[in-house]
Design a protein around this ligand. Structure first.
Ligand SMILES: [Zn+2]
Length: 396
């Protein structure tokens, strides 16, 4: 019992020191002691071990400030690598990242028509292509997947599009590769990446990133911690009904946020306008003057087509309804839209703001910040690697 407690204290101290050097380095042992409130002998011991393991290095003396000059410590960014995997796209993607989330090796494998077991096989293929590419010891594997993910147990509960139900990713991959495995929902990881790598840390407000893509989902970071939901489902706003009796959703309900605000819904709603009126001004953007694609919608939007703008405005309003629920629960917060690009994003944002003001207390609406987050194609991979770093080294 005593031994277990000592081991836990030791692990806790190590993480505390790592976190301090990671965020404040180069830093002296004395300053680490001040920041962590650990005793100097404990700091010496922990730092000695971190240097031995190659995670931390001494980089020379600080400029003299009168007394003895202090040796400065720094994290060795490239001391370890980890694998980040993004299963949210039609190309399964993976990459190696270092301790600062710098990506060094990307692999994309097209999913094609695969789902179920075959799609799982593609995940193995991806990981097996990345492991031999690592040049440093691997810390673990982080996975972002669409759908309901039980993060504490590393189990994917359900992913409709991939036809996956109850897949125990953590145990499957840990048995196969002997590396720690962590998993979360893709939108949650995009939020974690925005928080970690896009300077949202200084802002104490809850951060919500709403991803508007083929589906709609959100990730919430509260007090610097990603909310997973217990066991699943935090931020799963795509299936909140925003239009009573609205379009039928894949989940079986009618009028879910996803049926109005996803890019798939925007295309489908514009297509319905064109189908009802083949002479509509939308015709010039359609392939064979009949079929609209997302590219066609974006072109129509840029050209100022009124039908497209109306459909996008409705999408923005629906997002505003969802935002009002979020503000009602979280209080004032920072809500960022990701995934839809700058131009469309700004337009969605304006409609969203208008609706939010109508539906919340004015003071709350004023205190809420809305914005667009740059969601590069690496966001889920970056979030997945941040998750591994947080669990394995205590750094974020
Ligand atoms: Zn739904």
């Amino acid at each position: 019992m005593l031994k277990a407690t000592q081991q836990m204290t030791r692990a806790h101290n190590t993480q505390l020191v790592m976190r301090t050097i990671h965020s404040n380095g180069p830093i002296s042992r004395a300053d680490v002691a001040r920041a962590t409130e650990l005793t100097p002998p404990t700091i010496s011991e922990v730092v000695y071990e971190l240097i031995e393991s190659g995670l931390v290095e001494e980089i020379g003396f600080a400029p003299s400030s009168g007394g003895r000059r202090a040796m400065l410590l720094r994290l060795v960014d490239g001391a370890r690598q980890l694998i980040g995997v993004d299963l949210s796209r039609r190309d399964f993607r993976g990459a190696l990242a270092n301790l600062r989330g710098q990506i060094s090796h990307r692999i994309e494998l097209p999913l094609g028509e695969r789902d179920g077991e075959a799609a799982l096989g593609l995940v193995y293929e991806l990981v097996e292509a990345l492991i031999p590419a690592a040049s440093k010891p691997l810390l673990g594997i982080g996975i972002g997947a669409p759908g309901l993910v039980d993060s504490s147990n590393g189990i994917l509960r359900q992913s409709v599009n991939l036809n996956w139900r109850y897949i125990p990713f953590r145990s499957l991959l840990e048995d196969r590769y002997g590396l720690p495995v962590y998993m979360a929902n893709d939108c949650q990881l995009a939020a974690l990446a925005a928080y970690t790598y896009q300077n949202h840390r200084e802002n104490p407000m809850p951060l919500v990133v709403i991803n508007v893509g083929w589906g709609v989902g959100a990730g919430i970071v509260l007090h610097g911690e990603l909310m997973h939901g217990d066991p699943v489902g935090a931020g799963e706003i795509g299936h909140v009904v925003v239009v009573e009796g609205g379009p039928l959703c894949a989940c079986g309900n009618h009028g879910c946020l996803e049926t109005i605000a996803s890019t798939r819904a925007i295309v489908a709603r514009a297509q319905a306008i064109l189908d009802a009126n083949p002479e509509s001004s939308l015709r010039q953007f359609a392939q064979d003057s009949r079929r609209l694609t997302l590219e066609a919608i974006l072109a129509g939007f840029e050209a100022g087509n009124e039908d497209v703008r109306r459909v996008v405005r409705e999408a923005g309003r629906a997002l505003g309804i969802a935002a009002s629920y979020l503000v009602g629960v979280l209080g004032s917060c920072k809500i960022m839209i990701g995934g839809s690009g700058d131009l469309l994003g700004q337009f969605l944002l304006d409609a969203m703001q208008e609706e939010l003001v109508k539906r919340t207390l004015p003071a709350l609406a004023r205190a809420t910040e809305l914005g667009i987050v740059e969601t590069s194609s690496d966001m889920v991979i970056l979030g997945a690697s941040a998750m591994v770093l947080q669990h394995e080294l205590g750094v974020l």
